[in-house]
Design a protein around this ligand. Structure first.
Ligand SMILES: N[C@@H](CCC(=O)N[C@@H](CSC=O)C(=O)NCC(=O)O)C(=O)O
Length: 279
């Protein structure tokens, strides 16, 4: 593990860390904010933030405005990258933003040439949690997860597939049913092939239809989000949660778009909501 940077902020430390990943076969970089309470010697709750298409760890770290709330509540905040990167890692042949580099979709690819490196499911569910638990004062009995867009999809599918691991789950503008929208059809088809059963394992609405459950869920989406009706479709999640008896708080935020201006506006409210359940 290499500490790439370590900067004082809000009384805590904002670190960027690089390490060799066995899951992806590449170096991976993530950011981790240690609030001031980390200096007290005890273990603290941890929030995982999964980012969206085109992002690295840096987007939320620089624009997410999470540190004041994490310092107030004593939350560790971890933001991984969205795909493997580096020499030899295959990308989308057309160079588009919604597949390949920056677009790992939080699955373990089965299709060539992606299967060797694109193993973001294993990375975010196994390898990174083990590393963070070993190297930082993270209380793995008190975990929350959130994410944006593709990362909202990741947060939901990871939480739905690991009952009991997360005490709090929220998302910003998530892709809730990738099997039914263009971004998801392209990614699931490209990484998993024409395997409807595998797609269902990585589709939040399908997972809920198939019996996966969360106690409760907080979701914020902007009404001026250009992807609202084409890629996000929160009404599909609302219907699935209603049918399954999942307590969904879906906030439609008037005039907000898909950007970090939207995410940063509601970040502190999400972190307070997580803290109520974790602290
Ligand atoms: N038109 C954009 C599309 C990419 C985009 O909007 N990315 C979002 C996430 S979308 C779903 O996963 C994002 O978070 N971008 C990074 C940022 O800092 O805003 C494009 O061409 O890039």
């Amino acid at each position: 593990m290499e500490i790439v940077s370590d900067v004082r902020s809000h009384g805590g430390r904002q670190l960027v860390v690089k390490h060799a990943s066995a899951a992806t076969g590449t170096d991976m970089t993530f950011s981790i904010f240690l609030p001031p309470q980390a200096e007290g010697g005890g273990k603290l709750p941890v929030i995982w933030y999964l980012s969206g298409l085109t992002c690295t760890h840096a987007n939320v770290t620089e624009k997410g405005e999470y540190r004041a709330a994490c310092a107030e509540h004593g939350l560790i905040f971890v933001a991984p990258d969205t795909s493997p990167r580096g020499e030899g890692v295959p990308d989308d042949h057309s160079g588009s933003y919604d597949f390949g580099l920056g677009a790992g979709f939080y699955v373990d690819a089965t299709q060539e040439p992606f299967a060797k490196n694109y193993r973001m499911w294993t990375y975010v569910t196994e390898e990174l949690p083990a590393l963070v638990a070993a190297e930082f004062p993270a209380d793995m009995g008190r975990q929350g997860i959130t994410g944006h867009s593709m990362g909202g999809h990741g947060a939901l599918t990871v939480a739905l597939s690991h009952p009991g691991r997360f005490s709090s789950v929220s998302t910003f503008a998530p892709i809730v049913a990738p099997s039914q929208v263009p971004w998801g059809e392209k990614a699931l088809g490209g990484y998993l092939g024409d395997e409807p059963e595998q797609w269902r394992q990585h589709d939040s609405v399908a997972l809920i239809e198939d019996g996966a459950r969360l106690d409760e869920l907080l979701v914020d989406v902007g009404t001026a989000d250009p992807f609202l009706n084409t890629e996000l479709k929160p009404e599909l999640l609302r219907r699935a949660c209603e049918d399954a008896g999942i307590d969904l708080q879906l906030n439609l935020r008037e005039g907000y778009d898909h950007s970090y201006y939207f995410i940063s506006t509601f970040m502190s409210a999400h972190l307070a909501w997580h803290a109520e359940r974790l602290c």
